[in-house]
Design a protein around this ligand. Structure first.
Ligand code: GLY
Length: 351
């Protein structure tokens, strides 16, 4: 249970093999990274996802295999906000986006994919079996079926059906400005910052529409994955940052890896994850690199930065993890050795 776990309030870890000791509020939680491998992922759902990734990592498996299997746990959860159990678009259909990238800069993505349970696994097949990087819509679905993926029933989860019915009562849509009033699930969670604000689930966890995961395996190689249902009640055909290499995810095996969560449009306009990795290449720590790109978004959005949430989560080649968010509330899960925990990210605004 998440609420029994110890939370570390720090967004930068030291190198592998040293104690995680920068604990805010004087809350000293012993947490030693015992060395490679390490896996980090966004939001509370990352704890369970990391466990699945760990099954591969601790046996010496590749990071790319670990991050694929890891986020599949979240995709399969009907309780979460990723995968077919998530909120639909404004026409009532769940459409999914995902991507994956390995240590050789191989990458694959799918977007606007319907009725397929594991978009990240389809993205992996795009990477492994096609000369392309991205397939979308009916083409992605056709490819998935040809690869043996099951076409699932077109049916909303109980939670999504209830949220959709609530949304239909007003069903106002004013892109790109976020109108929080139309998002009853978020209202229930009493969090602002638009459709990508985290929201509280009935089991007490805080969760989100996206899970991004990056890992380093025992060989020091990196991989990353990202999967989402996108914004609840989005325009039909809308695609965010999550399936786009360089936006929702980027891996450079010489430098590190980054994934993003939050308002995809604003991650795309700064090539978010790629920008973070490039800043790490220049020597910035993961946290500072993430902060710099958040700062860029603040500069672009000006007063509108108050209305959205974006967060970046990065891991560098030394095994240092760091994150930075626009608004408070972003948490990420980290696992290394026999230790796992949730970490609360620092943020630009501190209301
Ligand atoms: N970051 C998820 C999305 O914008 O779709």
């Amino acid at each position: 249970m998440v609420n029994r776990r110890k939370f570390i309030h720090a967004s930068a870890f030291g190198s592998l093999g040293i104690l995680f000791s920068k604990i805010a509020a004087g809350n000293q939680v012993p947490f030693t990274i015992k060395g490679k491998p390490v896996v980090i992922s966004t939001w509370d759902a990352g704890l369970e996802a990391n466990k699945a990734a760990w099954e591969i990592l601790h046996k010496g498996g590749r990071a790319v295999d670990a991050v694929e299997k890891g986020v599949m746990v979240t995709e399969a959860s009907q309780n979460c906000c990723v995968g077919l159990g998530a909120n639909p678009d404004r026409d009532g259909f769940v459409t999914l986006d995902a991507c994956i990238m390995d240590e050789f800069s191989n990458c694959g993505g799918v977007a606007f994919l319907e009725r397929i349970k594991h978009p990240v696994a389809v993205a992996r097949r795009v990477m492994d079996k096609t000369p392309h990087v991205m397939l979308v819509g009916s083409g992605a679905q056709q490819f998935a079926i040809a690869e043996g993926f099951l076409l699932e029933e077109q049916k909303l989860s109980e939670q999504a059906q209830a949220a959709y019915e609530e949304w239909l009562k007003n069903s106002q849509y004013k892109p790109p400005v976020i109108n929080i009033e139309n998002l009853p699930v978020r209202q229930a969670g009493k969090q602002g910052h638009g459709p990508f604000a985290p929201h509280k689930l009935s089991n007490g966890e805080w969760n989100h529409d996206t899970i991004g995961m990056v890992a380093m395996d025992t060989h020091g190689n990196m991989g990353g994955s990202c999967t989402t249902s996108g914004a609840g009640f989005k325009m039909r055909g809308r695609i965010g940052d999550s399936p786009i290499i360089g936006a929702g995810l980027f891996v450079d095996n010489e430098v590190g890896a980054c994934t993003a969560t939050g308002q995809g449009e604003d991650v795309i306009r700064v090539a978010g994850s790629h920008s973070v990795v490039e800043l790490m290449r220049q020597g910035l720590s993961p946290e500072v690199a993430c902060k710099k790109v958040i700062e860029r978004i603040v500069k672009i959005k000006k007063a509108k930065a108050k209305d959205i949430q974006v967060a970046f989560l990065a891991l560098n080649k030394k095994g240092q993890a760091g994150a930075f968010a626009l608004h408070p509330g972003f948490r990420y899960a980290i696992k290394s050795g026999d230790k796992e925990t949730l970490v609360t990210s620092k943020s630009w605004f501190n209301e």
